[in-house]
Ligand binder design. Structure first.
Ligand SMILES: *Cc1c(COP(=O)(O)O)cnc(C)c1O
Length: 368
């Protein structure tokens, strides 16, 4: 018998993950695959986090601390909020889902940009909410236009800052103007997965809005600069009221015990974070220079990735790079996103890209 499935669910398509490195290796018979597709830290995790994990075997048969006391306290201390203002997620992805479940009833609206983190639309649609999509302007969130689409059904506004996949930020000034005009009952979701990479002095202090009691939540993750993407742990900081509501929906053991231990150690390893930032800045310069030499200008980035126009069919460029053993992300049309890697990885990417683009030119020339 045919399953009865809501059209909202049928409208979704499964998230397409990057090909696992070992599978690609087997398929293409390549010895080295370089993955610059998911904005992971090329240096790996903090050695202190690895060390904390090596001492964790004795607790694997126990359920995790569902209240994640130590990690939440450490996060609260760092950001000068109460522990009760902190929620953990199985990745900050999960907190996005909790927000949708907690605050959207069918038909409620959630405002988001057109080119942004794909999970927002998925989570909103899965609970039968309505994504209200506002185009980016100059690859940047257009907060004025986002304000104009607010209605009495608006419950959430997603602000990915810096934005994935474009790498741009919205300034403190722009956020202040938004917050001054936005109805107070709309919850602003400041998704700051790349916060630790930001260098611009114009970046807003979103946490200040939480501290003032506005309906806002700041999301951060251990998956990016902290190098723990495989363990799945992220956090949100918000008002006591919002965290209390989210906790009613949160699965009790959503942050596993290994993740809690490693994240605690990683959070305290400022040295690893500083080193990761330095490597990223150098890698960004290397990539910008190299792309420039190929006639490509990338969008100025405040993250650990670059968004650029390949000036030709992006899917074909992506596939040709795969055959060279380089995994990047095709976004759409001619636009690609590349994660900043270690110097040798960046060099290999640039070399492969040159070969791919050059090859295309030769192929076109042959046809003429
Ligand atoms: C990577 C990323 C996240 C979080 O990922 P988790 O691994 O689920 O913590 C959230 N938002 C954006 C924009 C991201 O790029």
């Amino acid at each position: 018998m045919a399953l009865q499935v809501h059209p909202d669910i049928l409208s979704l398509s499964p998230y397409v993950p990057g090909k696992p490195i070992d599978e690609l290796q087997r398929e293409l018979g390549l010895t080295r695959i370089i993955k610059l597709a998911s904005n992971e830290n090329p240096l790996g995790p903090s050695p202190k986090a690895v060390e904390a994990l090596s001492r964790a075997q004795d607790m694997l048969h126990r359920y995790p601390d569902g209240g994640a006391y130590r990690l939440r306290q450490a996060i609260a201390d760092r950001w000068k909020v109460a522990r009760e203002q902190v929620i953990l997620g199985n990745g900050s992805d999960e907190i996005l889902g909790l927000l949708a479940k907690t605050f959207l009833t069918p038909g409620d609206e959630a405002i988001m940009a057109d080119h942004t983190f794909v999970i927002y639309k998925m989570e909103v649609t899965a609970v039968h909410g309505k994504p209200v999509v506002v185009p980016l302007v100059n690859w940047t969130h257009d907060l004025e236009s986002m304000l104009r689409v607010v209605t009495s059904r608006t419950r959430l506004l997603f602000l990915c800052n810096p934005n994935n996949p474009t790498g741009t930020i919205v300034s403190e000034e722009a956020v202040n103007r938004l917050m001054a005009k936005l109805p107070e009952d709309v919850i602003v979701v400041f998704d700051e997965a790349y916060f630790e990479y930001v260098r611009s002095p114009r970046f807003p202090d979103a946490m200040a809005y939480v501290k003032k009691g506005r309906n806002a939540i700041v999301l951060r993750t251990f998956s990016k600069i902290y190098g723990l993407a495989g363990l799945r742990v992220g956090y949100g900081i918000s008002t006591l009221e919002i965290i209390d509501l989210l906790n009613r929906v949160r699965p009790p053991f959503n942050a596993n015990s290994l993740a809690q231990r490693a994240a605690l150690a990683a959070l305290e390893d400022d040295e690893h974070v500083a080193k990761s930032r330095t490597v990223n800045v150098a890698g960004m310069e290397q990539l910008e220079r190299g792309l420039g030499a190929l006639g490509i200008t990338s969008v100025p980035s405040e993250t650990n990735f670059l968004y650029f126009d390949a000036n030709q069919n992006g899917r074909l460029v992506f596939e040709a790079l795969l055959r060279e053993g380089i995994i990047v992300r095709h976004i759409d049309g001619a636009m690609l996103r590349v994660t900043i890697g270690q110097p040798d990885e960046n060099a290999a990417f640039l070399q492969a890209l040159e070969k791919v683009l050059h090859g295309e030119r030769e192929a076109i020339a042959r046809k003429l």
